[in-house]
Design a protein around this ligand. Structure first.
Ligand SMILES: NC(=O)c1ccc[n+]([C@@H]2O[C@H](COP(=O)([O-])OP(=O)(O)OC[C@H]3O[C@@H](n4cnc5c(N)ncnc54)[C@H](OP(=O)(O)O)[C@@H]3O)[C@@H](O)[C@H]2O)c1
Length: 272
C-alpha cells in the first residue's frame, strides 16, 4: 500500500528545508489543489490559510512548525485530529537567551544608560544585585521553566504562575485565578510565556499591570512579553507606560503583526 501524502502549508517564510526533509520520506503536496484530496494523511503547517484543512477525509494529524498551536486553532473549521507541536531544546535556549537578555537589560538600567550616553550625561545609579529583583514568569511550560531556571542561576528571585499547581525547584509557584494577584503583587519584572487560548487572550491588560510591584529597586514595574501578541492589549501597555504603572516594556510580539507603522510603540522611549 502506498504511503499517503503530506500537505505542507507555510506562510511567512520559505519552507524549502521542510520540503526537502519531508519529500525524502513521502510525497508532498504544497497546496491541496484538489479539494477533499483523500491521499493527504498528514499536514505540516505554519499559519495555514483558513479552510485548507477542512475537507481532507483521511487526515490523521496536524503538525505545527513551532511551539504554539494557536495559529492552527485560529481556523475553527480545522478537523478534530491530533495536533502535534515542536518541543525543541534549541527553541527553549533561544527563548531563554531572549528572556535573560531583556531581564538583565532592565535590571542593569540599560535604557537609562543609553539615554544618558546620547546626551553625554555622566551619572551612575545605585546598582542592585539580582537577588533584590523578583521576576515573575507567567506560564511554566517548557519555555517558562527553562527561562525560570536560567534566571534562578543568575540569582534573581523567581515566581511562576500556571493553570495547575506546578513545582519548580527554587521557584515560588502560584496557580489559577486564585493565585494570580499574589503572584503579580510579588513581581517586579513580568515575563509572559503563556500560550494563546480563549482563556489567555488579552490577559495582559491594564488591570493586570496595575497589580505588579512598582515600589522596587528598579524604580517601577517592567513587562516582557515573549509569548503571543494577542495575550496583550497594546493600548493598555501604552497607557501603563504613560502613567507610571509600567516603567519599561520589552515586547517580542504585538496584537497586530507586523506592528502598524502608526503605532506609538515603535518609538516609545521606554519600549524595546
Ligand atoms: N515569541 C515567540 O517567538 C515564541 C516562540 C515560541 C513559543 N512562543 C509561545 O510560547 C508559548 C509557551 O510555550 P511552551 O512550550 O512553554 O508551552 P507549554 O509547555 O504548553 O506551557 C504553557 C504554560 O502556560 C500555562 N497556561 C496555559 N493556559 C493557562 C491559563 N489559562 N492560566 C494560567 N496558565 C496557563 C500552562 O499551565 P499548566 O502547566 O498548568 O498546564 C503551562 O505552564 C507557546 O504557546 C507559544 O505561543 C512564542
Amino acid at each position: 500500500m502506498s504511503k499517503g501524502k503530506v500537505l505542507l502549508s507555510v506562510s511567512g517564510f520559505n519552507p524549502q528545508r521542510w520540503h526537502e526533509l519531508l519529500a525524502a520520506r513521502r510525497e508532498v503536496a504544497l497546496r491541496p489543489e484538489i479539494a477533499a484530496d483523500p491521499s493527504i494523511e498528514y499536514a505540516v503547517v505554519w499559519k495555514q490559510p483558513p479552510g485548507i484543512l477542512t475537507n481532507l477525509p483521511n487526515l490523521k494529524a496536524i503538525f505545527s512548525i513551532g511551539a504554539g498551536v494557536d495559529h492552527i486553532l485560529a481556523d475553527t473549521t480545522v478537523p478534530d485530529v491530533p495536533i502535534v507541536r515542536v518541543v525543541d531544546p534549541n527553541l527553549s535556549k533561544h527563548m531563554t537567551e531572549y528572556v535573560v537578555w531583556r531581564v538583565m537589560d532592565h535590571h542593569r538600567f540599560g535604557q537609562m544608560y543609553r539615554a544618558q550616553q546620547k546626551r553625554k550625561i555622566w551619572r551612575e545609579p545605585v546598582q542592585r544585585t539580582a537577588g533584590d529583583t523578583s521576576v515573575g514568569v507567567m506560564g511554566l511550560g517548557n519555555l517558562g521553566r527553562d527561562a525560570a531556571r536560567a534566571l534562578l542561576g543568575l540569582g534573581f528571585l523567581v515566581n511562576g504562575w500556571s493553570r495547575s499547581e506546578r513545582t519548580v525547584e527554587g521557584v515560588a509557584t502560584f496557580a489559577g485565578e486564585a493565585g494570580l494577584r499574589a503572584f503579580l503583587n510579588q513581581t517586579d519584572i513580568l515575563v509572559v510565556l503563556l500560550p494563546l487560548t480563549a482563556a489567555t487572550r488579552g490577559i495582559v491588560d491594564y488591570s493586570l499591570l496595575k497589580e505588579l510591584r512598582r515600589r522596587n529597586g528598579l524604580g517601577g514595574a517592567v513587562l516582557i512579553n515573549a509569548g503571543r501578541g494577542r495575550l496583550q492589549k497594546d493600548d493598555d501597555i501604552l497607557k501603563a507606560l504613560e502613567d507610571g504603572t509600567l516603567k519599561e516594556a520589552s515586547l517580542d510580539v504585538f496584537e497586530v503583526e507586523p506592528l502598524p507603522k502608526t503605532s506609538p510603540l515603535w518609538t516609545h522611549p521606554r519600549c524595546s
